[in-house]
Design a protein. Sequence first.
Length: 378
Amino acid sequence: MKSQPCRPLIEVVAQIPDSRQARGKRHPLSALLCLVCAATLCGCRGCNAMAEWGRNHGTESVTALGFTHGAPCAATLHRVLRALDRARVEAVLGTWAEGVLAARPRRRGQPEGLSADGKALRGSREQGAPGTHLLSVLSQRLGLTLAQVAVDDKANEIGAIAAVLRGLLSVGRVVTVDALLTQRTVAQAIIAAQGDDVMLAQDNQPRLRADIRAILATPAHLAAPLRSKRAHDSGHGRLEQRHLTVRALLPGDCDWPGARQAFRIERRRICRKTGALETEVTEGVTSLSAQSADPQRLLDLLRAHWHIENKSHYVRDVTFDEDRSTVRAGALPQVLAACRNLAIGLLRCAGEPNIAAATRRCAAQPWWALALLGLQRQ
C-alpha cells in the first residue's frame, strides 16, 4: 500500500458541518462518515450493511473510527446522512481530491486531462428521489472525482457544467466533453477560466460539424497542413483502429469560441469472433494549439475521456451496484454516491487497478480499509 498523499480522510470529513442539535447527539458525525467510507471500501452497499459492518468488527475498530457508545444502528446512519448538506459534502471531498492531485504532479509539458459527464442514479430515480442525475468531473490521470453536482436531468447538464468547472480550471488543464456538452456557453466558460477543451461535434451541432468537414476538405494550398495519427488496440474480444486527422485553424476558418484546431476521428472495430465490422466517424474542435497538442496528444485525450465511464461510472454500477440502490430520502442518494467516489479514489491512489478485487481484500482485512482513511491500529 502506498503512503497517504495528503491529509488523512479522518481529518477531512471532520470539516463537514453537523446540523444536528447538541442535545441527544450520541455519535460524532466524523465517526459516522468514516464508518460509511470504511464499509463502502469493504463492499457494503446500503445503510443496513454498513451498520452491520460496524457491529461485526468489534470494539477496537469502532473505537478507532471515533465512536464512544458502540456502533450506530442503520436508522441512525439513514437519519444523519439524509440531513447533510450535499453541496458542502461534495466541496470538502473535492478539496481533498485536489490536494491528492497536487501532491502527484503531472509530467512537464503534459496537460492535466479532466473528463466531464453525467450519470443517473436509476434506482433512486424510480423511487421519486430528487436530484438523481449527477454531473461529475474526473481526473483522467488518477481516476479521482474532483467535483460532483446534482442536476434535474441529462438536459440540465448544460446549465450546470460552467459552474462546476469554474473552480477546477486553470492554465494546463484540459476538459474533454461528449457531444451533449459541446455548447458555445460551455466553451466560453472554459476559455474564461484559462483552461482548454476538447469537444466532439455531432448532430446537435450541425453547423459546427459542417464547418469542420469543410475545413478538413480545404485544399492544402489554402489552409494549414493536415496532420494525422493512427492507433491500434485490442481487448474485450475486438480490435479497434483509430485514425485522427487534424488541421490548425486560420483566422476566419471557424467562429467557435476558442477553437484553434479541428479534427476528425475514424474508429473501426472488428469483432474477433464474428468478423463484424463497425465504423464510426466523429468530428471535433479543441482550443489547444498545434504546438501544445499534436495528433498523438489529441488521440490520448480523446481516449482518456472515457476513463469517467470505465474507471468511475462502470465501477459504481457493477462493483457497488449503484443503479439498484433505492435510497430516496433527502441527501442520502448523493452522499452515498460521493462515498463511492471517495472509495474508488482511495483505492486508485493506493495503486489498486482492480476495484472489485480491492474491496474483497478490504473485506478480508478491514484494518487495511481503516488505514486508507488514515487510522492506525493501536
